[in-house]
Each structure stands twice: as C-alpha cells, then as structure tokens.
Design a binder for this molecule. Structure first.
Ligand code: M6R
Length: 608
C-alpha cells in the first residue's frame, strides 16, 4: 500500500503535495518522492526513509511549479531506496503508482529486449517506459496511457505527468483507490480523502477500469472503452483524523475491513490457477534444494506464533514436511536439532521482533536455510533471511494485529501448496482445487465481515464477563488462541484459548454460568468431537457462543449460534478469525479502552 497525490492549479504545487503526502504517511513510509513541472522541465526529488527526509531535500533545493505528483512508498517490489522511490521517469513522462503490476517481469524482459534501460527494481518503472515508448512513436499522451493499460495486469492507481503536455495529469485505476478533489481553479488527486481535506470537501472516486484527465479547471472521466462518464461529487463532512481512518472509528476496525484486499494482494501474482501451481517468488532456492528439506522449524511471537501453529498443519498435511513450532523467546535458548536440510521459517509482521530475529544466528551457525514471512519490506528480518515471502498487507497501525495475521496464513497456505506441488504431495488437479478456493476467499471474508452487527450486539451483552474461554480443534485451535489473545490485548479481560479436547483435562473446572465459551465448530473432520465438548460446557451451565458453517445442527441450549460462510478445510481458520477480531474489537469499544494503543503494549517488541 502506498500513498499517491497530484496537484494542478495556480498555486505552488510542491508544498501542497508534501502536505497531502503527510496525511497519507500511514499508507507507507519507507521512501517518498515528488515531480513538478518547473519552468517547462520535469524536476524530480526523491529520498529514502520518512517524508521528513524529502522535506529536507526540498528545503535545500526547492522546486517551483504549479503541476506535480507525489508518492509515499510501502515497498513491495524492490527494497526501500532512493532509486526505487517514486515518481519513476522514462523520457518526458513521470508516474506514481499504488498497487502491483503482476506481469511486470514479462514486460520488463520485452522492454530490455528493445534496448530500454532501467534505473530501479520496481514494477512501476515498466509502466513509465511503456507510456514513453508510445509517445516517442507519436501517440498522444492520453492514448499512450490507454494503450499501456491494455498491456498491464494487476492492481493500480496511477498518476502520470508529461513534460510536453504541461496542463494535465492522467489517472488510471484498477482495484486500488484514487479520489479527485475539486477546488476553485485547482484540482487535487490522492489515494485517500485525508490528503484532500485541507483544500476541498468536494470529491469523486474513480471506478475500476476508468481513466481520468485532470486539469486546473476540472476533469473528464472515461470508461474502459474510452467513452465519457458523468461523475457527480460527494461532500465530505468528516474531520481530518477520522478521514485518515477512512471513516472508521479506529485503525483496528479499518484494518479488519481491509482483509479481503490484503489477502488478495498477498496471493496476487503468485498463483497459476491453470497449472495448479504457486510461484514461490521469495525463495532463492532451486527445486532440488526445496525437495531436500527434511524439516521446517517455524519460529514467531504472539499472533505470528498462532499463524505458525496453523502453518504446521498446512505444511505437514499439504506439503508432507515435518514441522515444529517454537516461540522466538524459547527457540533462541534451547538446542534445536537443526541441520543443513532444515528450513527455519520465521514469521513476523514487523520483521523487527528481537526474539524472532535471534533465531537467525542460531540457524546460520548450523547451515540451515532461512526464510521469513514478513510484512515490512527490507526490515531487519527480511535482510537477514535467505529469502522472504512478503505478505502484502500494507502498514498495520493498530497494535492488535489483524490483517497481518490473515495474510500470514495466506502466505503459509501458498507455501504449503507450492512445496506440495514441487515435492509431489499435491498433484495438478489438487493444486487447481486449492487455488480455486483461495481465489474465492476474499469474497468469503467479505461475507464474514457482515457479521459485524451481530458481534457488536454480542459484545454489548458479554462485556461485563470476567473470563472467557475459546475452544477449537485441529488447525482451528490456534484460532481459538488468537481470538483469546485479541480479547486480552484490547479489552483487558482474561481469556484462554484451548484445544477443545484438552478442556476436560483442566479448564473444565472453570465452567459455570458466568463463563462465556466461544466454540469454533466448522463442519470438518472434528465436528462430532467438538460437538461433544460443546455439550460438556453446556451441561455445566457455561454460555456457549457457537461459530459454525453448519448452523442447523445446534440445539437451543447454545447462548448464540453465528454462521460463517463455508470454505475449504485449510482456509477455514482465516474465515473464523474475522468474527473473533470483530468480537474483541466491540468488547473493547463497549468497555471504553484504548483500542489502537492498548496499555503496556508496543507494536513491535524490539527488545528481549
Ligand atoms: O511484528 P511481529 O509479528 O513479529 O510481532 C509479534 C507480536 O509481538 C505481535 O503479534 C503481538 O502479539 C501483537 N500485539 C498481536 O496482536
């Protein structure tokens, strides 16, 4: 996720672009850049790191001009660096981009074949060259963009500026947001509303497949076929802080709702549904090396550790590779049996968790391969690993991890299917089936999100309970643990997550009429067994809240039965996570705690 902005009007563009980028820094903050048409020439300024570095560079060397574009980056392709920062330039064209161009490697190869030289490692630079090539061959600016869009696949919000066409910006959208704001003799463009609110409240959103031509005195929207589209304005009444949260009350809720998009971005460009295969882009090992792996050690902390527990099921059952899971803080001080055929798989949103990072040195000394699943590009963990499977969740601001978790599960699923295909435990048709289910997952998540009101209501009713128990079986018992952790973190209520079958060995003593018990009962191979555990709770007076995809089978004795959409066995943990996140969120809201910054917690724990 990146932030993009554009300005055309009568004022100095650079200060407006910088101020707007500041409002979008939550979307990315590893590098930033700006391009302004200054005295008839493009002037580009980019810098690595936070926006303040760009500000400093512009203070030292100001750029004057009344049309320009800007970008704050959250790296996906190419590490954070000045060269990879946007805008990207080819000839007289500059572009800023939010999204992922899936077929950029093929396009890059073709361009290299035609003698084009690249300055960066990004997918975006390909787009700049494609447009520039067409302009060089005589195409008009807008037509060159429209033709280029037919060649690229993926998600994008793009803003182009052309030195030889100084009065307009060209915009294009597919799957990632872009909004146009109208002022008096000036027009603004941004990824999100907060960037516009200091200048205008009259906004309009582009739709997928649309292209817009933006000038100081207004704009024109064209559909996929180039036909003009009428667009009306929306008046925005939000205040600026609320707008940064996209209209949500908290970042956590916003991030919960971002999950369909984040999951899509994580598998986008990595799957070949036709061949039932997965492109393990982050793994720098050849097929022979990957076939050699005899054990996977998953190491992580907190929520990422729960993802690792689910990953163990996926890797052992799908890829048929023995796997074990450790907490980072434990792994670093024990003597695990690592060797040159072992793979250490570290999972971390931030890539900066000290206990997780400590596993790297241990594995290095034993000659093991090291791969991480990480959200922050070029984080310490990413740099120390041999390979990284990035989750493309975008920045996670809320301390309580939500979209990072479900994208970690998505990455683990991709890894299990990819390794399974490579090692022969998954054949083509099974691979196709796995990937078909994955493609449908974002829709299922959207359906699960519709349970929001039910969980808001349930949270109101149960917010006074002093303890909660969460139960699940198989690969859903880590989800019970994750549900309990979410509740603990943000509502400060004591909660335990347990494998349902283990309850009778201890926690059952806690059950009475004051104890709400959330039970995950999907219709899987554990169904009857978990039903038995449910009865054990009910017969002791416990209040059962059932989450299931098979609601018909539950007796009226349950306190509440809530239905989640059906999905396949290995993706059910992701679907079941959504209501548990919503429940924890609303309990915290109704108890009045600080949801996004709960007491005593830090977003990333960089100390032991
Ligand atoms: O950045 P990481 O994924 O390595 O962080 C690990 C944990 O500190 C983190 O998941 C923590 O448990 C969250 N607060 C959970 O919501």
């Amino acid at each position: 996720m990146c932030g993009i902005v554009g300005y055309v009007g009568g004022r100095e563009a650079a200060p407006i672009i910088l101020a707007s980028l500041k409002k979008l820094e939550y979307r990315g903050y590893d590098s930033a850049g700006i391009a302004v048409l200054s005295h008839g020439k493009l002037a580009v300024c980019r810098s690595e790191g936070k926006l303040e570095n760009l500000e400093l560079a512009l203070r030292q060397k100001p750029i004057s001009g009344t049309i320009g574009i800007g970008h704050t980056r959250w790296a996906t392709h190419g590490r954070p660096s000045e060269l990879n920062a946007h805008p990207h330039r080819a000839g007289e064209v500059v572009v800023v981009h939010n999204g992922i161009i899936e077929n950029y490697l093929d396009l890059k190869e073709e361009l290299l074949g035609r003698g084009v030289k690249f300055d960066s490692e990004t997918d975006t630079e390909v787009v700049a060259h494609l447009v520039n090539e067409k302009i060089n061959k005589g195409a008009e600016f807008l037509a060159a963009v429209q033709k280029t869009l037919k060649e690229i696949d993926g998600s994008y919000a793009l803003v182009f500026l052309n030195q030889s066409d100084p009065k307009r910006l060209i915009l294009a959208k597919n799957s990632t947001p872009i909004v146009i704001g109208c002022g008096d003799g000036e027009t603004f463009v941004a990824s999100d509303i907060p960037a516009l609110l200091d200048y205008t409240r009259k906004v309009t959103f582009l739709e997928d497949g649309e292209v817009a031509e933006v000038r100081a005195d207004g704009f024109r929207v064209l559909d996929r076929k180039g036909k003009a589209v009428q667009r009306s304005f929306k008046e925005i009444a939000w205040d600026a802080v609320a707008a940064q949260k996209g209209g949500y009350r908290h970042f956590m809720l916003k991030e919960i709702h971002e999950q369909p998009r984040a999951i899509t971005d994580t598998f986008r460009g990595r799957i070949s549904p036709k061949n039932g295969d997965v492109l393990l882009d982050g793994l720098p090992f050849g097929p022979a090396e990957l076939r050699e792996i005899d054990k996977i050690h998953l190491v992580a902390c907190g929520t990422a550790w729960h993802a690792a527990l689910v990953g163990k099921f996926m890797l052992e059952e799908i890829a048929q590779i023995p796997a074990e899971v450790d907490y980072g803080s434990e792994f670093r001080y024990r003597f695990p049996l690592l060797g040159s055929r072992s793979l250490l798989l570290l999972i971390s949103q931030s890539g900066e968790t000290a206990d997780t990072l400590a596993g790297v040195n241990l594995a290095r000394s034993k000659g093991s391969r090291i791969v991480s699943i990480c959200n922050v590009v070029d984080s310490s963990l990413a740099r120390k690993s041999d390979g990284v499977l990035y989750t493309h969740a975008g920045p996670e601001i809320s301390v309580a991890s939500t979209k990072a978790f479900t994208t970690q599960l998505t990455a683990l699923f991709l890894l299990a299917v990819g390794l399974g295909r490579l090692r022969g435990s998954v054949n083509v048709s099974e691979g196709r089936r796995f990937l078909r289910e994955l493609i449908h997952l974002p829709k299922k998540i959207e359906e699960a999100l519709k349970l929001e009101n039910d969980f808001d209501q349930l949270a109101r009713e149960l917010k006074g309970a002093a303890n909660f128990l969460y139960l699940g079986r198989g690969l859903n018992y880590p989800i019970a643990q994750e549900g309990a952790l979410k509740l603990k973190e943000i509502s400060y209520i004591h909660a335990e997550g347990y494998p349902a079958g283990e309850m009778k060995h201890g926690p059952i003593a806690l059950i009475d009429e004051t104890m709400p018990v959330l039970v995950l009962v999907p219709k899987d191979r554990y169904f009857q067994k978990t039903m038995g555990n449910l009865k054990e709770v009910e017969s002791r007076g416990g209040k059962t809240i059932v989450l299931t995809d098979e609601p018909g089978t539950f007796a009226a004795s349950a306190f509440r039965v809530l239905t989640v959409p059906k999905t396949s066995h290995y993706l059910m943990p992701i679907v079941l996570t959504i209501p548990l996140q919503l429940f924890a969120y609303y309990v915290a809201v109704h108890r009045g705690t600080d949801v996004d910054q709960p007491r005593n917690l830090a977003k990333s724990v960089t100390v032991e």
